[in-house]
Design a protein around this ligand. Structure first.
Ligand code: HEC
Length: 105
């Protein structure tokens, strides 16, 4: 990966972390709709609590951490058949929004 892209990624991650503490209501609402639309709610619920014993609770988890995990699932760096598939459908902006939404639950 070119060095320039790394700086962009670090910037995005930092921005995601900074915004977590003061999530704007409209963004959080958008996160709920996106979580429903992309299917996260089937396993993580609307409130981030796993709907079954094999689905982790992600409510209140750090947004920056979740954003990184979603990126790793998408790249295949973190391996889990379900989440690798889920992350494939997401853009960076969507990952950031979902991470912030679940962090705020
Ligand atoms: C079919 C069930 C299912 C769906 C749908 C699903 N997940 Fe997951 N999710 C899981 C499972 C199972 C794990 C644990 C995977 C592992 O062991 O790495 C997980 C892990 C995660 C993690 C990492 C948690 C941690 O503690 O490291 C995040 C973040 C996450 N999911 C977010 C999402 C988001 C956002 C969506 C929607 C785009 C989504 N998931 C959709 C089942 C699901």
């Amino acid at each position: 990966m070119p060095i320039g892209n790394r700086f962009v990624l670090i910037g995005l991650t930092a921005a995601g972390m900074l915004l977590t503490g003061c999530g704007r209501p409209a963004d959080i609402a958008g996160g709920a709709a996106l979580a429903a639309e992309t299917g996260c709610v089937a396993c993580h619920g609307t409130n981030g609590r796993g709907t079954g014993p094999t689905f982790p609770n992600i409510n209140g988890q750090h947004a920056g951490y979740m954003y990184e995990q979603l990126r790793k699932y998408r790249s295949g760096e973190r391996v889990n058949v379900i989440m690798n598939d889920q992350a494939q459908q997401l853009t960076n902006a969507q990952m950031e929004l979902l991470a912030r939404y679940y962090a705020a639950q």
